[in-house]
Every structure is written in C-alpha cells, then in structure tokens.
Design a protein around this ligand. Structure first.
Ligand SMILES: Nc1ncnc2c1ncn2[C@@H]1O[C@H](COP(=O)(O)OP(=O)(O)OP(=O)(O)O)[C@@H](O)[C@H]1O
Length: 292
C-alpha cells in the first residue's frame, strides 16, 4: 500500500496541495481525477520523490517510502522523456541497464512488451519517427520494462486510439493483478469509469471524494424521472426536490422510494404516465456534483 498523508505544497503564494491524503492499494487500479491544475501531477511527482512536499508524508506499508522502493516504481511522467534519436527497443534496454537488468533478458522482455502494445514492428525505429500515439505506447513500455513494484502514470491514455487503450489497459491490469498498486491520472472520465477499481477525485489540491465506483455512486442523491401526458407542475407540492421541470417531464430527488412512489401514484390519478423510474448516475454526474 502506498499512502499519501497530509501533503502540502505551495509554489510561491499558490497553495496547490492542501492536506492531501489517500491510499493506493495493492492489486487495485486507482484513477486520479481532477480538472486542470487540480494538483495531480504535483502529487505524483511528490510520490516519486522528484519534488518535495512542504509537509506531509509518503508511506509504503505504513513506513516512510525509501529511495530503494521508489527506484522500482514504474513512472510515466507528464513530460514524456524518451531519447528521440534512440530506437524504442534500445531505449528499453538502456532503461533496463539503469536498473541493473541483464541486457539479453531485457531485450526479450522489451520485445514482448512492444508486441503486446502493438509496437513490435517499430521496435528499431527512432522514437522521434513514431507517431504521437506510438510514442505514448513506447512510454508505457518504458514504465513497465523493469517489472515495477508499483505504477504511477500521468495521463497514460491521452492520445491513444481505442485499440491502444484496450491493450494498455490489459497490460496495466496484469501489473495490478500481480499485486502492485497502480495509480493513473486521467481527464477521460468514461475511461476512468471503465478502468479503475478505486477513484480519488481532487479539486484545488484537496480530495473531494474517494472510494470504489459503487461507493461513489451510492453517495449520490437518488433522483427519479417522471414523464406524463399532462403538465407535472403539481409535483412541486409533493415535498420532493424538483431538479428539472418541463411540462410533462420532471426530474426530482426524494428521500425514500416510498416518497417517489407517492409521486407516481398521484401522477396515475391525473392521467397517463409514459415513464417513471430512478435515474442511473454516471461518474460524470458525481464528478460534476463533487466539483460544483
Ligand atoms: N513548478 C511549478 N511552479 C509553479 N507552479 C506550479 C509548478 N508546478 C505546478 N504548479 C502549479 O500547481 C498547480 C497544480 O498543477 P498540477 O500540474 O499538479 O495540476 P494537474 O492536476 O496535474 O493539472 P493538469 O490536469 O492540467 O495537468 C497549478 O496551478 C500549476 O500551475
């Protein structure tokens, strides 16, 4: 388990991380979501030790994280950092060297990774000759080449086509399934919704919500929708919270299923009901609500 505990960090007068705390559990994919400038990259850089916090701690299994453990984390930084003139496979072997890995084994492992990521045919091309999406795949391979004990990935899916997203996801899932904690930031909520086991939503350097997808969805206020052939303005008098109203269509929050059913019963005495039921929330709704 990697834990960040009460992290604070300022740049000049801007206080960008404020008592930020969350866990990255082993064997889980944790999505780190927040708007531009929320503090995701700053947090990741502090976890990796490339930036210092003003206060707070990064723990590994409850103890201060060590340089030795950090060296074995697979990191994909926001500022991508491969050597443009070096071929992808040589790059991977070079990174393996830095981790003291056997060159022949690293080359084999590198080719396997490139194969899985759909980049094997370009293995010997200089990185600068790859398309942006393929450079991104090469970066993912670079984060994985030393069999990392944990993964911290800054926007790993940006710029990837849907097929590449799927293969990358499989590869990351394998790392998590092997027991490593995996944290990735993303703006793409649909992806986060599909990919991650746990979510941490931050805004202005503070955690606004965290938990599993189901836990977050359960925190959302239950909302119902009613569509009838007659005007539904009377719903306002039923003691529920009307969120949207447009003639025969109304969306409202109720404290209980019974209260919502009472609205349905009333609607049926007034005319034909075309549709009635609870509204299924998406993470997108939660995200908007959390950041509102
Ligand atoms: N080296 C720095 N010097 C000054 N300000 C910085 C520095 N690094 C980050 N900041 C500021 O800290 C805040 C948080 O930035 P950070 O990059 O962590 O956000 P983010 O959530 O990763 O955003 P994005 O999704 O846009 O990448 C921003 O206001 C940013 O301008």
């Amino acid at each position: 388990m990697i834990s960040v505990v009460d992290l604070n960090r300022s740049f000049g007068t801007a206080h960008v991380l404020k008592d930020l705390s969350f866990d990255i559990a082993p064997g889980r994919m944790t999505g780190f979501v927040g708007g531009n400038g929320a503090g995701k990259t700053t947090t990741m850089r502090i976890i990796l030790g490339v930036l210092e916090a003003d206060s707070g701690q990064v723990l590994h299994d409850g103890k201060p994280i060590t340089a030795g453990y950090r060296a074995h984390i697979g990191y994909m930084p926001e500022e991508r950092g491969l050597y443009p003139k070096m071929s992808t496979i040589d790059q991977l072997v070079f990174l393996g060297d830095l981790h003291g890995r056997d060159r022949r084994e690293t080359r084999t492992r590198g080719m396997e990774l490139l194969e899985r990521l759909g980049l094997a045919e370009r293995a010997t091309s200089p990185v600068e000759e790859l398309s942006l999406g393929n450079q991104q795949r090469a970066q993912i391979a670079a984060a994985l080449i030393h069999d990392p004990v944990a993964l911290i990935l800054d926007e790993p899916f940006s710029g990837l086509d849907p097929v590449a997203v799927d293969v990358t996801l499989e590869v990351l899932r394998d790392v998590a399934d092997a027991g490593a904690p995996v944290l990735f930031s993303s703006h793409q909520l649909d992806l986060v919704e599909r990919l991650c086991d746990e979510l941490v939503i931050i805004a202005a350097g503070e955690v606004r919500a965290s938990g599993t997808r189901a836990e977050l969805l359960a925190t959302a206020d239950p909302v119902w929708e009613l569509e009838a052939d007659a005007d539904t303005g009377w719903v306002r008098g039923m003691g529920v919270r009307v969120e949207e109203f447009d003639g025969g269509h109304v969306r409202f929050g109720a404290d209980s299923e019974e209260q919502a059913q009472a609205v349905l019963a009333e609607a049926m005495t007034r005319g034909v009901v075309h549709r009635f039921g609870p509204v299924t929330h998406s993470l997108h709704d939660i995200f908007k609500e959390t950041l509102a």
